[in-house]
Design a protein. Structure first.
Length: 170
């Protein structure tokens, strides 16, 4: 895996959790009110609070989220789901339709929900992300200049010491 890049398992879990959320939300119509949309996410799409009692009498999570992603809804929401995806669905349903549902992106090897997630990431984060890249490039150039100057100073000091040694030996 390392030969392909710096990937961690969290990257794959994040991708899976957000693809899962988009897939589940696509099964239900977008409600008219914010509270109804919030309820759609929690109750219908993620099945929050669905617990069953196992043979030992212990309550366990029986939600579709747990069965599919192998972690709880709370863990999915806290660690893996993109908060902006949820907030756009709840706050701006028209923008959600534009970013996710009206998706004309078609990438070989990706299903329609993965393409919808990729489309959301590209459109929603494009300006924000590109701005960070530009800042990083500027910072890297500045850091490289500082590092080069420090190397030059260090080399000058070393060269002066060598010259002094050579003069004292003669």
């Amino acid at each position: 895996m390392k030969e392909f890049g710096d990937f961690t398992s969290k990257i794959f879990r994040t991708w899976a959790a957000n693809k899962f959320l988009i897939k589940r939300l696509s099964l239900f119509p977008i409600e008219n009110t914010k509270s109804a949309r919030k309820r759609t996410i929690n109750k219908k799409a993620l099945e929050v609070g669905k617990k069953i009692t196992n043979k030992n009498g212990k309550k366990v999570d029986d939600s579709i989220t747990f069965k599919t992603l192998h972690h709880t809804v709370a863990m999915s929401k806290k660690k893996y789901q993109i908060p902006e995806l949820r907030s756009v669905y709840e706050e701006e349903p028209d923008r959600y339709k534009e970013l996710v549902m009206n998706n004309n992106l078609n990438v070989n090897g990706l299903n329609k929900h993965e393409c919808a997630l990729l489309n959301f990431l590209e459109k929603y984060y494009k300006n924000k992300f590109c701005g960070k890249i530009k800042k990083r490039k500027v910072n890297n150039v500045m850091n490289n200049n500082v590092n080069n100057k420090l190397k030059n100073i260090k080399n000058n000091i070393i060269n002066k010491k060598r010259r002094k040694r050579n003069i004292s030996k003669k």
